[in-house]
Design a binder for this molecule. Sequence first.
Ligand SMILES: Cc1cc2nc3c(=O)[nH]c(=O)nc-3n(C[C@H](O)[C@H](O)[C@H](O)COP(=O)(O)O)c2cc1C
Length: 169
Amino acid sequence: MEFTELIAARYSVRSYKPDPVEEPKLQNILEAARLAPTAANRQPFQIIVIHTANRKEELRRIYNRPWFVEAPLILCVCALSSQAWVRQDSRSYLAVDAAIVMDHMILAAADAGLGTCWIANFKADAAREILGLPEGAEPLLFTPLGYAADLPGVKERKSLDTLVRYERW
Ligand SMILES: Cc1cc2nc3c(=O)[nH]c(=O)nc-3n(C[C@H](O)[C@H](O)[C@H](O)COP(=O)(O)O)c2cc1C
């Protein structure tokens, strides 16, 4: 898909078919994550690929929406704070890096005809326990990965006038 078409076509999918995700498509999505830029190229993240088959009830403890576990796969971006780049004034760019990684995967998925939905409003404690995450690995973002069973709505966005300010010369 052409890039401008791709960013217009991507939307938050909140209903999924059970159809499997083809392995080459999954690998392309993970490769898109690997190629993401990160501050000082620290790459302070790990991605967890979760199969939903036979553990939907358990996984719903992480994010209690039926559509969270409908797709065959869920991806989790974990942030590794000890590896993050931190500016002199102590500002860590860990979350920025994780968001870029997620966006790469989400756009790669849309390009492959697959649906996703950013999820931040999950229960971090349940995620840590269920995924068996070690200290220092923070689950930051989830998305289901599968074929959409819904259709996009109208994109509601603020106008460029509101979002952009041209500095006066
Ligand atoms: C960082 C981030 C966190 C989000 N967390 C959630 C979430 O927990 N649950 C959810 O249903 N949608 C979540 N969303 C999806 C947004 O609601 C959605 O992207 C926004 O409403 C725009 O709609 P669109 O993605 O269809 O263009 C999140 C999006 C972002 C970027």
